[in-house]
Design a protein around this ligand. Structure first.
Ligand code: S3P
Length: 171
């Protein structure tokens, strides 16, 4: 089967996958899809509802099932992924089949600035969000790095600069 070169954005919650994905898709004149949004549409409920009613493991299975469907898609696109999706080896293998994996590398302070008061991420609710972000970032960084074809630091750059850097790197 011919490999379709999708541009896949991975990285921690709050790294800007959606914002950058939309700008990148606009620049390249291709559609943008988001794994969280696709799962919400399929399940007809929000990510918070899935976590609270069915648990995280059920959500992780939904992510893998969605990727198996996306492997069959012939439409070239920008694909923004949930922050925990590249933690499963199986998921990374599927992402590699469908395109170029771009890791948006963000630091703790930027995440906290953006998500300190966020209510939509089940993993960042309750007390001591800073410790949660720190722990998850440390745990996940090596997964993101080893999955990535391209790494882009997003801490001190504008959306436009990041999009230009990605376009220059993917050629
Ligand atoms: C998650 C990230 C979220 C969403 C879910 C779990 C994670 O997506 O998939 O809340 O495990 O990091 P974003 O990275 O788009 O916030």
């Amino acid at each position: 089967m011919e490999r379709i070169e999708n541009l896949i954005l991975i990285g921690f919650m709050g790294c800007g996958k959606t914002t950058i994905g939309e700008a990148l898709a606009k620049q390249l004149k291709i559609p943008m899809k988001d794994t969280d949004k696709l799962i919400e549409e399929q399940q007809n409920c929000t990510i918070q509802e899935i976590f609270s009613q069915q648990g995280e493991e059920a959500f992780r299975k939904m992510e893998t099932k969605l990727l198996l469907e996306l492997v069959e898609s012939k439409e070239r696109k920008v694909l923004s992924t949930g922050g925990g999706l590249p933690l499963r080896e199986e998921n990374v293998a599927l992402l590699k089949q469908i395109g170029c994996i771009i890791f948006l590398d963000v630091d703790k302070d930027t995440v906290l600035n953006r998500l300190q008061h966020d209510t939509t991420r089940p993993l960042l609710q309750g007390a001591n969000v800073e410790a949660k972000v720190e722990e998850l970032l440390v745990k996940r960084r090596s997964f993101y790095t080893s999955a990535a074809d391209i790494v882009v630091n997003v801490n001190y750059a504008s959306v436009k600069q990041i999009v230009n850097e990605i376009c220059a790197k993917v050629g």
